[in-house]
Design a protein around this ligand. Structure first.
Ligand code: ACM
Ligand code: ZN
Length: 545
């Protein structure tokens, strides 16, 4: 009897011992624990043959080297060790079989194999010393959503290439597959365009930045800026592609374009009207306030690209040509959000265009909204002619959606629902669930967007389902997935970026990867405690230490 009790307790404790080291985020489709463990020795081979399999093998090696101080030999054949195999299926799925003899990562395709390796990383111990072993387990896994994205605004604050790569590393570690790079803003143009050098010699720099919440209590009075050369952009795109992440560039138009206008004033409806006339009277300005300037405060600005002049479209298509040569993504984001129409209402060129096209204000829209729709449709036609799709914020619905446009729904879910119901592809990124510039803590001592106490706790992100309740089943196929956005008005450095991102990114990735029926907060929260230890191991800052 005594012996039985001892055996019973041994059985329980060993079960717990095993259960504790399977804490995968995002939760896979199915996980079955098995008996035993696979011990990774320094002589354990990685077996990989195709270039993609070898790339995933090298990624695993780089990880082992970084955190455990050694790497493994890579062989092209064998049945023992860590075997990486990628098929050519459509879905980015994988099967992971671990037993005491081998770790088999069987990707439905190369992307799936990479995700299988990500799961292997999460089975590794957190301690750097001691035996490197992982539990025997059988996992099958397929993401629910095709588009799992994260945006970084480098316009309000600039993040050098090394920081962008660290950000992309985080995406990879969470099985995310789209990096939306918000490259142009009122406060800075961040991408080198060879045909328009002033975009970066002028537009990438501002003479100061407001201090504190908009409109600010003062100004840093320090010149601020930066930009990515085309070589750097190519390097980032490749770095992401090596991690099965597509980079979607965003070039904002027709609004959020003050930095471009500061570089080339002819792009404005009123080239001679100084920028300062458009700035909130309470914003403290630094330096030259004559002529066109790069904006130093936050908000929405009324000096936008003129929709009446052909030279605007020449400029934009030239810029997009260079952008398309750098980004192989099928989708190009053209912004489209928050474009005030007051300049267009007063501009002779814009009004001439409105008259020529016969746009009239009616019960649903102003004539200027139809002009914005014309603007976006024209750009879409250009992109489609080059084999790309246009993606824009949900304002592009106003005045009529361009025929093939994808819509990014940010003002809640309404725009996404409308677009899906009219058979347009949608990426959901509602500011109610997916705005990571909103504070994680109810009480937060660092400066964030505080108007209306914008508080987005991780529980809420975890509870997000990209399919709005009211969206009928037949339209759900248009919802490609979701994304969170990190706007950086109040995010001045990578440590703060990580603090805003983590650990909410863990909840986001599970909301996007795992079937809603399989999600359970308490179970996630247990796994999250281990994920936080991983963040420490990886050297990332996070909220809730
Ligand atoms: C946005 O937040 N203006 C897209
Ligand atoms: Zn105009």
């Amino acid at each position: 009897m005594k012996r039985n009790i001892v055996l019973f307790f041994l059985a329980i404790t060993s079960r717990i011992g095993v259960a504790q080291d399977i804490n995968i985020i995002p939760q896979p489709s199915s996980v079955q624990q098995k008996q035993g463990r696979f011990i990774i020795k320094r002589t354990t081979p990685i077996v990989a043959k195709s270039p993609e399999e070898i790339r995933s093998g090298k990624y695993l090696n780089a990880y082992l080297n970084k955190y455990f101080g050694f790497s493994l030999p890579i062989k092209t054949s064998g049945s023992a060790g860590i075997i990486i195999k990628a098929n050519k299926d459509a879905a980015d799925s994988y099967v992971l079989e671990v037993d005491p003899k081998s770790i088999k990562v069987l990707g439905g395709n190369a992307t799936g194999a990479f995700y299988g390796i990500q799961t292997v990383l999460q089975l590794l111990p957190l301690e750097k010393n001691g035996e490197l072993s992982i539990p025997a387990v059988s996992i099958t896994d397929t993401p629910v959503n095709k588009y799992r994205g994260l945006m970084l605004d480098v316009g309000r604050h600039f993040f050098p290439v090394a920081d962008v790569k660290r950000y992309i590393d985080l995406l990879a570690l969470h099985k995310m597959n789209y990096f939306h790079w918000h490259l142009t803003e009122d406060q800075g143009w961040r991408i080198e365009i060879k045909k328009y050098p002033k975009l970066t010699s002028v537009g990438a720099w501002r003479n100061g930045t407001i201090i504190g919440n908009n409109p600010g209590t003062g100004n840093t009075n320090t010149r601020y800026g930066g930009y990515y050369t085309q070589e750097e952009v190519k390097d980032v795109v490749k770095y992401a592609a090596d991690r099965y992440i597509t980079v979607i560039p965003e070039i904002e138009m027709p609004g959020h374009s003050s930095a471009a206008i500061a570089s080339y004033p002819y792009l404005s409806c009123f080239p001679d009207k100084p920028t300062i006339d458009y700035v909130h009277k309470k914003s403290v300005w630094s330096g030259d306030s004559t002529g066109k300037q790069v904006i130093q405060a936050w908000g929405i600005y009324k000096d936008v690209f003129c929709a009446g002049k052909e030279t605007t479209f020449q400029f934009l298509t030239d810029v997009l040509d260079e952008v398309m040569s750098l980004f192989p993504a099928k989708i190009i984001h053209i912004g489209g959000d928050e474009c005030p129409k007051s300049n267009w209402e007063a501009c002779p060129n814009c009004q001439k265009r409105i008259a020529e096209l016969g746009f009239k204000t009616d019960s649903s829209h102003k004539a200027e909204h139809y002009l914005q729709s014309y603007f976006v449709k024209r750009i879409e036609q250009y992109l489609n002619g080059k084999g790309r799709k246009l993606l824009g914020w949900d304002e592009i619905l106003e005045g009529g959606l361009a025929p093939n446009a994808w819509v990014m729904s940010w003002r809640g879910e309404k725009g996404g629902i409308e677009a899906a119901r009219s058979a347009h592809n949608v990426v959901m990124t509602p500011n109610t669930y997916a705005y990571f510039d909103h504070q994680q803590a109810e009480k937060e001592d660092s400066v964030t967007i505080t108007k209306n106490r914008k508080h987005l706790p991780i529980e809420k992100v975890y509870g997000w389902n990209v399919y709005p309740d009211s969206l009928q089943q037949e339209y759900r196929k248009y919802v490609q997935g979701g994304q969170a956005n990190l706007w950086t008005e109040y995010v001045t450095n990578p440590g703060k970026a990580e603090y805003m991102l983590l650990p909410r990114l863990a909840a986001l990735c599970e909301s996007l990867w795992t079937a809603p029926a399989k999600k359970q907060w308490s179970d996630f929260n247990t796994r999250l405690q281990v994920q936080k230890k991983r963040y420490s191991l990886w050297g990332y800052n996070y909220y809730g230490k």
